[in-house]
Design a protein around this ligand. Sequence first.
Ligand SMILES: [Fe+2]
Length: 248
Amino acid sequence: MNDAIRDAAAAGSPGLSYRPDPPDTHPDPRCPDYRSTALRYPSQSLVLLPQRMTEITGPLMGPGRVTSTDNDLTAQHTGEPIGQRIIVFGRLLDADGRPLPDSLIEIWQANAGGRYRHSTDRWPSPLDPNFTGAGRTLTDAQGRYQFTTIKPGAYPWRNHDNAWRPAHIHFSVFGRAFTQRLVTQMYFPDDPLFGQDPIFNSVPEAARTRLISRFSLAHTRPEWAQAFEFDIVLRGRDATPFEEPHHD
Ligand SMILES: [Fe+2]
């Protein structure tokens, strides 16, 4: 928390009356081993902007914006994508463990071969014509969400010698307005690439396990798909590490 935000919090600004996350929760943006982030993080203290009507009221995530098939990344084309079909599920919770309903969760990921459908991803792994790699859903009344997708592959990214990203799924969580957005990554258990990944290791060690999903046999559907559970906690002792600390 920078000085401006701390001062605003002390003055009782609306929206800042929360318990700050414990230290060693979120990654330090100054991460020299993650080379390409050097020009992305702010070099100066953030400026606190007051929330006005635009930030508070719109655009709204009303019913009908998200369709019932948006959370099934295996059903967005005429055929099924290649790869291990999986179910990713969990809950969105606040610091006190209360569920957060009606919140937009979006994901994006590489295909089973580790390639994104993106113009700048040109490494020689094939695209899958039946996989876009993006999905979205709203949490239900109990804060639950679920996606059906395929397990993403690892991919090389030239950050350092022989650099490979562990398999991961990117997550975005929106609050009540577009100015309230949190971004993180979910990993899979026991990935042998954890030790050499500076993005995963930019997260304080004690918090890294919160980014690793848990295999769930109970939610695994026989002869269909393995299940992985990933709860997202917005703040507090069990807060999910996010790519930028949040102050609202
Ligand atoms: Fe990625």
